[in-house]
Design a protein around this ligand. Structure first.
Ligand SMILES: Cc1cc2nc3c(=O)[nH]c(=O)nc-3n(C[C@H](O)[C@H](O)[C@H](O)COP(=O)(O)OP(=O)(O)OC[C@H]3O[C@@H](n4cnc5c(N)ncnc54)[C@H](O)[C@@H]3O)c2cc1C
Length: 256
């Protein structure tokens, strides 16, 4: 069978990209190390958080806010397609401060962020709550807490259910999923790329490397003799979307 995309890595990024491609009618094959490998997607807190994101990088803060706004629809659509509840909730979040210095720095950072982006100035809602105000939300607050920032945008889901839902929905849409297939080597060829695993080879015209920290292993072979590294400055304002960012690698040493 011919595939439009080969995705290496079935963590939350690879699964989310697969889900998006399959929704658009693309044929996708995924090679993943497997469900029992301890990677970030299986050990994170599941926060769909806006606070604290993008300080010093307003576009990241804007994207975090837009993502958080997109989550309610995404969660309900994904649950419906997969039959898996995500335990998603968006009741706002509190980020505590231990002392006055931390509180002042937090407030200054958020004001600066809003001053640097009309979008954030308009839509990023937050407020500083002193210890007394915070106690109404968190009655068991420890003595050492000075206060904290509250934002209505913050939420959370169950990260393991999210992963299961993405896989279940993607399988229903035709994902060819191969766990236990660690890509050892990635080679460019005339038709695209060939990924080698201990169980055999797999080729596709386009690949998306979403192997998290594991990307260091298969990637260096894909770009001739030079090492490949992620482009930290991949920027959606330049027309890049999530899948572009996942595949944006450079072999240009000058860009390291
Ligand atoms: C402790 C902790 C808490 C976090 N809390 C949050 C949070 O609350 N909210 C949030 O949004 N983010 C959180 N994060 C960050 C988030 O977990 C990561 O950004 C995200 O999981 C990265 O997903 P990924 O798919 O890129 O990588 P990974 O989760 O690393 O997945 C990569 C996948 O690729 C596979 N793979 C690797 N190498 C190969 C290979 N050679 N061949 C085939 N497959 C391969 C792996 O088996 C794995 O399945 C947290 C991270 C940590 C560590």
């Amino acid at each position: 069978m011919q595939f439009d995309f080969l995705i290496i890595g079935g963590g939350v990024v690879g699964m989310a990209v697969a889900y998006g491609l399959l929704r658009r009618g693309q044929k996708v094959i995924m090679l993943d190390e497997g469900d029992d490998v301890l990677r970030a997607s299986r050990g994170n807190a599941g926060l769909t958080w806006v606070q604290g994101k993008g300080v010093g990088m307003p576009r990241y803060a804007e994207l975090s806010l837009q993502s958080s706004d997109a989550w309610p629809f995404f969660a309900s659509e994904l649950s419906e397609r997969s039959g898996v509840p995500l335990e998603y909730s968006r009741q706002g979040g509190i980020d505590i401060c231990f002392d006055v210095q931390e509180a002042e720095a937090r407030v200054a950072n958020y004001r600066k962020l809003q001053a640097s982006s009309p979008y954030l100035a308009r839509y990023f809602q937050w407020e500083y709550l002193d210890r007394r105000a915070l106690l109404t939300y968190l009655p068991g607050l420890g003595e050492s807490i000075h206060g904290g920032t509250w934002s209505p945008h913050d939420g959370h889901c169950n990260p393991l259910l999210l992963l299961r839902a993405l896989l279940t929905a993607s399988l229903k849409m035709g994902l060819s999923y191969h766990p236990g297939c660690s890509v050892q080597h990635l080679e460019p060829n005339r038709a695209g790329f060939t990924a080698s695993t201990l169980g055999g080879n797999c080729s596709a015209e386009r690949i998306i490397v979403a192997a998290g920290l594991g990307a260091k292993h298969p990637l260096p072979h894909a770009g001739s003799e030079r090492r490949c590294i992620p482009i930290a400055r991949a920027d959606p304002r330049n027309g890049k979307n999530a899948s572009d960012i996942a595949t944006s690698y450079t072999t240009d040493k000058a860009n390291r």
